[in-house]
Design a protein around this ligand. Structure first.
Ligand SMILES: [Zn+2]
Length: 336
């Protein structure tokens, strides 16, 4: 309820004016880095077979956000972040890094043309078992497919029968079951998905970019990074498997793309101290979590950088407030 009211307030003109004031008066410092996380940029309902929970923005909303960043912030490349960490060159004040996870096809269709037009660098994290395998769907898209299947009026799960009689029930079922799956160890989670959802129905077109498309984007200037091969929560598999997944995705990228940087994004933010230490040993220089907040590069752990997730419900003013150091934490607590 409080969150809903806060969200309503963030859509209003007074909040936007307040953010403008804060942006003007905040003490913007060098080496403070905001990292934005996007997943999908698409029209609402354009790909009804994919979970809308990962819709980050509509094409129009994304364009407005990027035009704002181009005018008021310094959008940096991941290479700039690496140089700042090596103390070669500090990041400018108002530094923002734009990242996309999972390499959904709509990145090439809607996001990249806008970024390219505005000259904004971007990094895309790829789960490398998915390109050129259109029959493989991410588990949350399989779950969404099952709960939105009009032929089903209920879903049998090991935890009981979940009714799917109305749109509201389907929405709540998806949310609840998605959170449940995230509490399981990875193998148990995938077994749960297979039992409950059955065989996935192949979507009408690939959901993830293929290697040819990724090579083409890399040639045009998109930075690609590792995101494991099969997208497990890597703090819910053995350490050996976590390392194999992380290094395997880096090797896949090197084989398919050529020279890539040792950078990583934790699938669904799954990370703990041991996993981060393992990645450092494996030679990764940077890794991104899903923990919200800004990074002060003087003190941040480069293997556990925070990011700010953007959702289709995030008003531009709420996004802006999260980029202002003084209000970032507060805005993050209520932003969708
Ligand atoms: Zn992901």
């Amino acid at each position: 309820m409080i969150k809903r009211l806060a969200l309503l307030a963030m859509r209003g003109a007074p909040f936007a004016r307040l953010v403008s004031l804060l942006e003007r008066w905040d003490s913007w410092r060098a080496n403070m880095l905001a990292v934005l996380t996007y997943h999908r940029v698409d029209e609402v309902g354009a790909r009804p077979y994919l979970s809308p929970s990962l819709l980050s923005a509509t094409p129009a909303g994304f364009t407005a956000q990027m035009e704002y960043l181009a005018r008021h912030h310094q959008v940096v490349a991941v290479q700039d972040v690496l140089a700042a960490l090596r103390e070669e060159k500090p990041l400018p004040p108002r530094a923002v890094l734009i990242t996309f996870d999972d390499a959904y096809v709509d990145f090439a269709e809607h996001a990249w043309p806008v970024l390219r037009r505005l000259g904004l660098p971007v990094t895309v994290f790829v789960a490398t078992a998915y390109p050129d395998h259109p029959e493989r769907l991410f588990w949350w898209d399989r779950l969404y497919q099952a709960v939105s299947d009009p032929a089903r009026s209920a879903l049998d799960t090991p935890e009981g029968r979940i009714p799917l009689g109305s749109a509201g029930q389907r929405r709540r079922a998806f949310k609840r079951l998605r959170e449940h799956v995230k509490t399981l160890d990875h193998d148990a989670a995938m077994a749960w998905i297979a039992t409950v959802c059955g065989e996935p129905v192949p979507p009408p077109e690939p959901t993830v970019l293929g290697w040819d498309a990724l090579r083409h984007l890399a040639r045009q200037g998109v930075t690609l990074g590792a995101h494991t091969q099969t997208h497990p929560l890597i703090n819910r598999v053995s350490l050996a498997r976590a390392q194999a997944e992380a290094l395997g995705s880096l090797e896949d990228l090197r084989r398919e793309i050529g020279d890539v940087l040792p950078i990583f994004a934790y699938p669904s933010g799954g990370v703990d101290t041991q996993v981060a230490a393992q990645l450092a040993l494996a030679g990764f220089a940077l890794a991104f979590t899903t923990e919200r907040g800004l990074n002060d590069l003087h003190t941040a752990d480069p293997l556990r950088l925070r990011r700010i997730n953007v959702g289709v419900q995030t008003p531009l003013a709420a996004l802006r407030a999260q980029l202002v150091p003084a209000t970032s934490a507060l805005a993050a607590a209520v932003a969708p």
